[in-house]
Ligand binder design. Structure first.
Ligand code: GLP
Length: 245
């Protein structure tokens, strides 16, 4: 069943899910902690899948802490006792309610657009694939808190572009069978540009916290690439971290 033969819609997704499930079974039942996983080439041959499919499944296992990579040596089964505990994935609305404020949203843009390179990379689609772009000003107690851009593959969220008022994107995804389950997040300091300053109601060059998130849904599909720009005077990012023996 070589990769190239099945090009029906969703074929990529099915191959990914099957390989991922096979590798999980191998890790859980067939291999001891710290033993090596088969090489990329072996996996491609054994499972009749492309290099991209192998890399994607491996990447997911790395991110989930099930395997780890050693430069130049390969990929190994993680010791379950050292898998770090995951933090809770929340939406803006949940996050703000948790801070005892009332979340709000002003929809600035909701449109179909071709995936650019960043979307293609994060959402595992070819550049130019239709994605839905949502831009919202996020409010907390009616005051601007965050400027948020999200891009979602239209195939995964049919109907989103025509959904009208969007109070909570994650509520919409929950109801549409694409409930967010896990995300990779990068946080960096930045300053706002003139348009962002105007929308957020801050002076030009004001400091901001930029949170980039790639979200996977309950079926493991990349469902969202989002860039959220938080006003530095209104938002901090808190983590509880534990020192392990
Ligand atoms: C957070 C995330 C975004 C996500 C948003 C959804 O801000 N960083 O990636 O799109 O939550 O929030 P809501 O469900 O309130 O629209």
């Amino acid at each position: 069943r070589p990769d190239a033969k099945d090009d029906t819609p969703g074929a990529q997704e099915r191959k990914h899910e099957t390989l991922y499930a096979d590798l999980l079974a191998l890790i859980d039942e067939g291999l001891d902690p710290h033993s090596p996983l088969p090489s990329e080439r072996e996996l491609m041959q054994r499972h009749s899948v492309s290099r991209m499919t192998v890399r994607r499944a491996m990447e997911r296992l790395v991110q989930e802490g099930r395997v780890y990579r050693v430069q130049g040596a390969g990929t190994f089964v993680a010791d379950p006792s050292t898998i770090s505990k995951s933090l809770r994935l929340t939406s803006f609305s949940e996050d703000i309610r948790g801070r005892r404020m009332v979340p709000g949203s002003r929809l600035l843009l909701l449109e179909r657009t071709p995936a650019d390179l960043a979307c293609a990379r994060d959402l595992f689609v070819a550049p130019g694939t239709p994605v839905v772009h949502v831009e919202r000003l996020r409010l907390a107690d009616d005051e601007p808190m965050c400027l948020e851009n999200a891009w979602l593959p239209e195939e995964v969220v049919p109907g989103l572009a025509d959904s009208g008022e969007l109070h909570s994107l994650y509520d919409w995804l929950d109801r549409s069978g694409a409930a967010p389950e896990q995300a990779d997040q990068t946080i960096r300091a930045t300053v706002v540009d003139p348009r962002q300053a105007e929308l957020l109601g801050v002076p030009p060059q004001f400091p901001a916290l930029q949170v980039e998130r790639v979200t996977r849904d309950v079926r493991g599909r990349a469902v969202e690439r989002a860039v959220s720009l938080y006003r530095a005077d209104r938002y901090d990012y808190r983590l509880t971290i534990t020192r392990e023996p």
